[in-house]
Design a protein around this ligand. Structure first.
Ligand SMILES: *Cc1c(COP(=O)(O)O)cnc(C)c1O
Length: 408
């Protein structure tokens, strides 16, 4: 499948994000992937059409099923995750819900963590029970507890690491082994890490999911989702999408592809800035606690080092003074959108209270270990020193507390 003898597997991930998946789809010498805005694909004879429809020959029939631009996006992410196959979706949530509804049936038992993405959590609590699927949500940091829960039966283990918004890290290798011991399928949401920093399939996961809306696209201008894994499993998820219809739009696929050309450069910069900023924040008196897997103070720093090549572009920190402090601090940031997304080229900041966990009560957030003074800070690609200066000027406006010990 490769002109010039190019094999994506033989080059490093950064090079894959530039070149992988494209050449077969370039049109009349174009160097860029065309956006194929066609609902259907015509045939000159019925035999060819029939063979494509039966899957006996490569080709496209109808864009809910396959589309050339969308295919390139799937192929690029597939190469980055080192998977056999990939299938994309209109959003990350469509990818997650399709994966769950493909593999679960009445009576199935899901073991998951408490800290999954807000929408995913709603699937577990509000939607799956209606189909008589039992979901047990375990304390994210308690690996032995998750294993014990799986001993009671596990058809599907659902993980996310690092988690939103407190950047907890789960040991994918250890928990995958336990799930497989029960015959369970392991699904990992890799959105926060990106394939540049972490490849869950290499750690034992069966399926890896991304909200491409975040780091993969990287420019906050297109929604998308993707599921990668072995051909045999992905084929089933693909069939679900073919019928349920949560297909990625070709224009969105194009925007995501364009964003992915710089994935490795962005992520490298974001890893570096986030670590520098996290370390700096830890030493600031107005800051109560910093949550970032690259800090030695992180409870699962060793696990993070074992399974990640970089610690990602999202960090959180809590301010002394709770939500009142957050309310006065955030509007002073000049180099951050106050918004709900993350993983973009611009820095984005927001409190879980109005973003990821808006639907929870204060009690529920406390039970999840989310302090009211927490701020999620998704580092963009700005120069690190400018972000540090911006954070400093905003922190300096907060009243300094004297004689208050946070037990840090
Ligand atoms: C944003 C996000 C999702 C949902 O993705 P959408 O594209 O918004 O549907 C799922 N998981 C994580 C970790 C996310 O950050």
């Amino acid at each position: 499948m490769s002109r010039k003898g190019f094999h994506p597997e033989s080059v490093s991930p950064g090079t894959r994000s530039v070149w992988a998946g494209e050449e077969e789809y370039l049109l009349q010498g174009s160097t860029q992937v065309p956006v194929v805005h066609s609902v259907s694909f015509g045939y000159e004879n019925l035999e060819d059409w029939h063979e494509v429809a039966l899957g006996k020959r490569e080709g496209h029939i109808y864009s809910r099923i396959t589309n050339p631009t969308v295919k390139v996006f799937e192929e690029k992410v597939r190469c980055l995750e080192g998977a056999e196959a990939a299938v994309s979706f209109a959003t990350g949530m469509a990818a997650i819900s399709a994966s769950l509804f493909t593999f679960l049936s009445p009576g199935s038992r899901v073991v998951a963590i408490k800290d999954t993405y807000g929408g995913t959590n709603k699937l577990f609590l509000d939607f799956l029970p209606r189909f008589h699927v039992e979901t047990v949500l375990c304390d994210t940091h308690d690996f032995a507890g998750i294993e014990a829960e799986m001993d009671q039966g596990c058809d599907l283990l659902y993980l996310e690491t690092p988690t939103n918004p407190t950047l907890k890290v789960v040991d994918v290798e250890r928990l995958s082994r336990a799930a497989h011991g029960q015959g369970g399928l392991v699904v990992v949401d890799n959105t926060f890490a990106t394939p540049i920093n972490q490849n869950p399939l290499n750690l034992g996961a069966d399926l890896v999911i991304h909200s491409a809306t975040k780091f993969l696209g990287g420019h906050a201008d297109a929604l998308g989702g993707i599921v990668c894994g072995p051909e045999e499993l992905v084929r089933k998820v693909y069939h679900y999408r073919e019928i349920n219809g949560g297909t990625l739009h070709p224009m969105a696929a194009y925007l995501l592809l364009r964003g992915m050309k710089t994935l490795h450069l962005r992520v490298r910069q974001q890893n570096e800035s986030a670590l520098t900023i996290a370390r700096w924040l830890e030493s600031q008196p107005q800051v109560d606690r910093v949550y970032y897997p690259g800090l030695e103070s992180h409870p699962h720093y060793e696990t993070a080092r074992k399974q990640m090549r970089g610690f990602g572009g999202v960090l959180s920190f809590s301010l002394e003074g709770g939500f009142d402090a957050v309310r006065s601090f955030l509007p002073h940031l000049r180099l951050a959108h106050l918004a709900a997304n993350l993983g973009s080229v611009e820095t984005v900041a927001g409190p879980p209270r109005t973003t990821s966990h808006v639907e929870c009560t204060e009690e529920e957030r406390r039970a999840m270990g989310i302090p009211e003074g927490l701020i999620r800070y998704s580092v963009g690609i700005e120069e690190t020193e400018d972000l540090l200066a911006d954070l400093k000027q905003a922190l300096d406006r907060l009243p300094r507390r004297t004689g208050v010990s946070s037990g840090k």
